[in-house]
Design a protein. Sequence first.
Length: 305
Amino acid sequence: MRSTPVARARGISKWFGQVIALDEVDFDVAAGQVHGLVGPNGAGKTTLLGLLLGLARPDAGALEILGSPTRHTLEVPVGVAGFVDGPSLYPALSARQNLAALASLRGTYKASAVDDALEQVGLSDVADNRARGFSLGMRQRLGLAAALLTNPRLLILDEPSNGLDPAGKQHVHQVIRTLSDDGVAVVLSSHRMDDVAALCTDVTLLATGRVVFTGPLAKLAAESDETDYRVLTSDAAKAAVVAADTPGLRIIESGETLVVRGPVLAIDHLVIRLVGAGVALRELTPVMSPLEAAFLALTHTEPPL
Ligand SMILES: Nc1ncnc2c1ncn2[C@@H]1O[C@H](COP(=O)(O)OP(=O)(O)OP(=O)(O)O)[C@@H](O)[C@H]1O
């Protein structure tokens, strides 16, 4: 028997005045899944995270968290923790005092649990420093520690890698992986496909409030059969002429560097034609990962050149 999804949305819509932020969204998250929410600016990621956190209610559709329909009041559903738009912290209190205050408010304060949470996110050394002086990355980590204190079954994180240095990012990624191994479902938003690729098992791609893809990460990569390649040759001008004449290829950029877009077969033909035309190929490099290519294809956005 399949276990109950940790979160299940069917046809949820959310309006802000005339703007539709979520348009009949279906969304499933299972225990242990690390589910990435990606999409261009304004796609509806934060709005969906807010609904999962009980910060707002859908205007239409059904949303169940841990098997229960979300209520009509605004409150964080039991078993859910996390934050959107950065964690709420008391700037005048230290990291330790912030966590102690939050746990005391819930009536669950235990000094050892606070120490554990700080240790997990790598903030033990600065536990007694005031949050006011914390960098964005440190505030993100403290917000994560606050969420961990509640032993959530569903953790919601908005851009968790924001402001983190590479070591901090690795640390936070490891915390998320451990939670997932323990069966916690994690839903996170990100603008970075490399973060999503490193962390997520599943991904939902939103564009102007609609789901344009949802499923395993590996399936998303297969959604686009076109990739951009940078082509360096011995004769840039002649290479551009050959590329323009190759069926299935589009020239994205020409000049010293030639960038072309097309399916792998068309790229093969380009290489054969270049060599046939006496142009030496010095470099052929994909400009973006298959995930980024799928993102751009499905959201109809163009890569920056
Ligand atoms: N409180 C609000 N009042 C009015 N409009 C809102 C509000 N919150 C979101 N919106 C609108 O809803 C749409 C979705 O916004 P949302 O913040 O969910 O997108 P996002 O994918 O998180 O974007 P970003 O990547 O820029 O953070 C946007 O058009 C946004 O302007």
